[in-house]
Design a binder for this molecule. Structure first.
Ligand code: ZN
Length: 242
């Protein structure tokens, strides 16, 4: 394998290594794990909140039922006196009649409120059930995910080691001057080897003269783009050599 081919391969493996390292880094940071954990915690808070509302509604129903009993008792007392015939004073009768009507109204309102509270309780129970199911499912998913993450991390670490080995093997075959040119261009431009595509340097899109392209095709020497300094590489000329 000539020097240019080796440089091209070096670049491919260095880029592969850096992309694997990025993935590994993301896994190490545990961003996905944190996100899942956050969602689980949020659901747990939601469940507590809904259960508290449920408790409050239960208490209000109990209170309202007590009030309702009192109103019922008062109403009975008022109506007993009203229809007993013992009260003859018209003003008093009128007052009691009004009192009985207002008690009936209050009883009616209280009953309606109890009904609506009961409906709310049913809805809340349903919601709590849904959230609890989601919580259980998410916790299960989380466990599966953690195991997968661990396996994935191990795989990536293996890939990193293998890429490091390949890179060091390629470097051992490279001449010092070629590696130096590669390192300088990489430091300046992010990546060192640019393919010649449609008579252009694919790194900076500068047109390459035909005579230079012909020299590059021969692969005898390392030629650099006059504009960006990247090492020029003509892929088609070696595709059958591998
Ligand atoms: Zn260029």
């Amino acid at each position: 394998m000539n020097q240019l081919e080796l440089l091209w391969k070096l670049q491919i493996h260095e880029q592969r290594l850096s992309s694997i390292m990025e993935n590994l880094d993301e896994l190490e940071k545990g961003i996905m794990v944190d996100n899942l954990n956050l969602r689980i915690k949020r659901l747990e808070r939601d469940i507590i909140k809904k259960k508290n509302s449920l408790k409050k509604n239960d208490e209000r129903i109990r209170e309202n039922n007590l009030k309702l009993k009192q109103f019922d008792y008062q109403l009975k007392e008022v109506e007993k006196s009203l229809y007993s015939g013992t009260i003859t004073d018209l003003k008093q009768l009128d007052y009691m009649d009004k009192e009985s009507k207002s008690l009936r109204k209050e009883i009616n309102e209280m009953e309606l409120e109890i009904l609506s509270l009961m409906e709310e309780i049913e809805d809340l129970k349903e919601l709590i059930n849904e959230v609890e199911c989601e919580h259980i499912k998410l916790k299960k998913d989380f466990e599966v995910f953690r195991v997968k993450q661990k396996t994935k991390k191990e795989e990536l670490k293996k890939e990193v080691n293998s890429e490091i080995e390949i890179i060091s093997e390629i470097k051992s075959k490279l001449e010092k001057s070629a590696l130096e040119k590669y390192n300088i261009a990489k430091k300046n431009k992010g990546y060192a080897v640019a393919e010649v595509l449609d008579d252009e340097c694919s790194g900076c899109h500068m047109i390459i003269s035909t005579s230079l392209i012909n020299k590059v095709k021969k692969e005898q020497e390392i030629f650099q783009c006059e504009n960006c300094g990247r090492i020029l590489y003509y892929k088609n000329c070696i595709c059958n050599k591998e």
